[in-house]
Design a protein around this ligand. Structure first.
Ligand SMILES: Cc1cc2nc3c(=O)[nH]c(=O)nc-3n(C[C@H](O)[C@H](O)[C@H](O)COP(=O)(O)OP(=O)(O)OC[C@H]3O[C@@H](n4cnc5c(N)ncnc54)[C@H](O)[C@@H]3O)c2cc1C
Length: 377
């Protein structure tokens, strides 16, 4: 649907990741001019993929990204720009020197406890281990103990969580471990969504196609500064919320990731993602990128060891840190953002939320539609 030509506007964007790409495309198709600034030398934000010149492997530069969703409109949108190849994420985990299947399922339970339980027996077995004195779990630890009991919690979650967050699971909210993290069947598909797949030519090619429109201009390697916001009819800001306000209320805490790359001949670990749960291993997981494209064949392999640590001022912010106590600084920034008339804060950094790609796209669609509806009114 086009807006009337007399109402053509010029919109500015901080970032060319999924959030801004989706919003810009909608506005461009409605006849408006969109100018995107992207600090990095490429589009697609953290979903960026790049074909490795040496091995030919498509590498997920900022960590592994698997597309999965129940949202039919979002699935149709991504398929409009890229063919999605069938892909099922099957994660393995090393704990106590042995390899298990994740998420915890009947195979994990039987192998971990040396049993041959059927689903009904396994359910009763795990319930007997659960701490039923916890009626209203508030923390990550309480949630885990309530639903899976101590042995599985200690083996798969406690040390891994400490490595990932550097925070005791007692101080993390229960919401991080959202659902019952155990299945009483042999289903090891990590995601329980209707649609799952991998973009055939990578996420960056998909976002480049979204941005390929005569009304869209992208400036790579250039930041949009807060001081430039007034040059546009409106700005969509997918950069860090606190950075927009010059960190005047303090810095919002993030985790950052370090990826230690190593290359090898052949097949290194036989799967895309292998988690390391024990604290005797300093990294959280190894990603072997070629397994994300099972329809391709490569003799060589590119792997990432992934290390998590507190985000410093010059690091890339990856995961927002929400503790059970104290989001006061965030609330002050949210109040400032709500009062900023010419700017809409979007995306994982602009709204300080971890969002999967499908949630990011849904939020971007909702934001641009609400914006246009308000303008129309
Ligand atoms: C390690 C990791 C693994 C993930 N795995 C999955 C997965 O398997 N499946 C899934 O669905 N989701 C996954 N995600 C989530 C996914 O990365 C996000 O949903 C998505 O990247 C959000 O897009 P965005 O546009 O909001 O933000 P981003 O991708 O962060 O894009 C924002 C862009 O804005 C740029 N920028 C910021 N400030 C400025 C400025 N002032 N001027 C110019 N440019 C600026 C940044 O350089 C960045 O490129 C994962 C996330 C992480 C961290």
């Amino acid at each position: 649907m086009s807006d009337t030509p007399s109402a053509v506007r010029h919109y500015g964007f901080a970032g060319a990741g999924l959030s801004c790409a989706v919003i810009a495309r909608e506005l461009a198709e409605a006849g408006h001019r969109c100018t995107l600034f992207e600090a990095r030398p490429h589009v697609a934000g953290n979903c960026h993929t790049e074909r490795d010149a040496d091995s030919g492997v498509m590498v997920h530069i900022y960590g592994p990204h698997i597309f999965h969703t129940d949202d039919d409109e979002v699935w149709a949108l991504v398929n409009r720009y890229m063919r999605f190849m069938p892909y099922v994420n099957r994660v393995k985990a090393v704990t106590g020197g042995r390899v298990f299947s994740l998420p915890i399922n009947l195979l994990t339970i039987n192998q971990f406890f040396g049993q041959t339980l059927n689903p009904t027996q396994a359910r009763a077995f795990i319930e007997a281990q659960a701490d039923t004195s916890i009626t209203d779990p508030q923390t990550f630890e309480e949630q885990a103990l309530r639903f899976i009991g101590r042995p599985l919690y200690e083996a798969f979650f406690r040390q891994y969580t400490l490595k990932q967050w550097e925070v005791d699971p007692k101080d993390l909210p229960a919401s991080i471990l959202k659902r019952l993290p155990v299945r009483f069947n042999y289903d090891d598909n990590y995601f329980a969504h209707k649609h799952q797949g991998m973009p055939e030519e990578g996420y960056t090619a998909m976002v480049e196609r979204m941005l390929d429109h005569p009304n869209i201009t992208v400036h790579l390697g250039q930041r949009l500064e807060t001081s430039q916001v007034g040059q546009y009819d409106h700005v969509f800001w997918s950069g860090p919320l606190d950075a927009y306000f010059g960190h005047r209320e303090g810095r919002l805490p993030y985790r950052t990731l370090d990826f230690e790359r190593f290359d090898a001949e052949g097949d290194v670990q036989g799967c895309a993602v292998l988690n390391y749960c024990d604290d005797s291993v300093p990294f959280t997981r190894i990603t072997e990128h070629k397994h994300f494209a099972p329809w391709e064949t490569h003799a060589r392999s590119v792997c990432y060891r992934e290390f998590s640590r507190r985000c410093g001022e010059d690091d890339i912010p990856y995961y927002p840190v929400h503790l059970t106590q104290g989001d006061d600084v965030l609330k002050r920034y949210q109040a400032l953002a709500a009062a900023e008339a010419g700017v809409t804060f979007v995306g994982r950094l602009g709204t300080y939320r971890y969002m999967d790609m499908d949630v990011t796209i849904r939020a971007a669609l909702d934001a641009v539609r609400a914006f246009r509806a308000a303008r129309g009114a």
